[in-house]
Design a protein around this ligand. Sequence first.
Ligand SMILES: *[C@@H]1O[C@H](CO)[C@@H](O)[C@H](O)[C@H]1NC(C)=O
Ligand SMILES: *[C@@H]1O[C@H](CO)[C@@H](O)[C@H](O)[C@H]1NC(C)=O
Ligand SMILES: *[C@@H]1O[C@H](CO)[C@@H](O)[C@H](O)[C@H]1NC(C)=O
Ligand SMILES: *[C@@H]1O[C@H](CO)[C@@H](O)[C@H](O)[C@H]1NC(C)=O
Ligand SMILES: *[C@@H]1O[C@H](CO)[C@@H](O)[C@H](O)[C@H]1NC(C)=O
Length: 192
Amino acid sequence: MAAGKTSRGCLKSCCCVTAILLVIIAVVLLALSFTIFRPKDPKITLHVEGLQNIDLSLSMTNVKVNVTLATVITIENQNYGSFKFRNSTAHVHYHGDVVGETPVEERYVPARDKLNMTTYVIFLPGKLLKNRHFLADVGVGSLNLTSTATLPGRMNLLKIFEKHATVYNRCNISIFILTQSVESICHTKLKL
Ligand SMILES: *[C@@H]1O[C@H](CO)[C@@H](O)[C@H](O)[C@H]1NC(C)=O
Ligand SMILES: *[C@@H]1O[C@H](CO)[C@@H](O)[C@H](O)[C@H]1NC(C)=O
Ligand SMILES: *[C@@H]1O[C@H](CO)[C@@H](O)[C@H](O)[C@H]1NC(C)=O
Ligand SMILES: *[C@@H]1O[C@H](CO)[C@@H](O)[C@H](O)[C@H]1NC(C)=O
Ligand SMILES: *[C@@H]1O[C@H](CO)[C@@H](O)[C@H](O)[C@H]1NC(C)=O
C-alpha cells in the first residue's frame, strides 16, 4: 500500500517535472522567436565627403560637368543572420527629380556586424539647376534631397535557413551651402 502510494507520488512528480520542463522549453522557444529569429531592421548611415573641396559656384555654372562626391555608407546588421545583397543603384531625388545616383556594390554583411562601404554620388548639377525650387532653396541656404536604395539579397540564419530578403533604405539629406556641410537621416526597413 505504502509503496504503491510512493510510486504513484513519484509518477505524479515526474509528470509535474516533465510538464514544467515542456513549459520552460516552450517559453524559451517563444522568447527566441521574439528575439533571435525576429528580423530587425538594419541601420544604414551616409557620410558624404568632399563637398568642401568643390567650388560650388563653379560647378553650378559649368552644368555639363558631373560632380562626384565620395560617400561612405555604413551598414549595421542587427540580425542573428547574415545578409548578402546584390549590386544595385541608389538614386538621389530633389523635389521629384532624379539629380544623382550612387552605385552600391554587392556585399556580405555578417550577422550582428557592421561594415563601411566606400562609394560615390554622381550629381548632375544641370538637373538641379533646372528645378524650379533651386533658386529659392539656395536663397534659404540649404538643399533638401532624398535618396532611395533597394538592396535585394538573401538572409542566412545559422547557416541553415536561407530566405530572400530585401532592404529598403530612404535618407533625407540636407546640404547646407554656407557651411558646405551635409547632414543625413536614414530610415531602413528589412522585408523577408
Ligand atoms: C554624367 O552622369 C550621367 C549619368 O551617370 C552620364 O550619363 C553622363 O554621361 C555624365 N556626364 C559627364 C560629362 O560625365
Ligand atoms: C557587381 O559590381 C562589381 C563592380 O562593379 C562587378 O565587378 C561585379 O561583377 C558585379 N556583380 C554582378 C553579379 O553583376
Ligand atoms: C566606419 O567609418 C566610421 C566613420 O567614417 C568610423 O567611425 C568607423 O569606425 C568605421 N567602422 C568600421 C567597421 O570600419
Ligand atoms: C531642409 O531641411 C532642414 C532640416 O530639416 C531645414 O532646416 C531647412 O529649412 C530645409 N530647407 C529647405 C530649403 O526646405
Ligand atoms: C524625411 O522628410 C520627410 C518630409 O520632410 C519626413 O516625412 C520623413 O519622416 C523624413 N524621414 C526621416 C528618416 O527623417
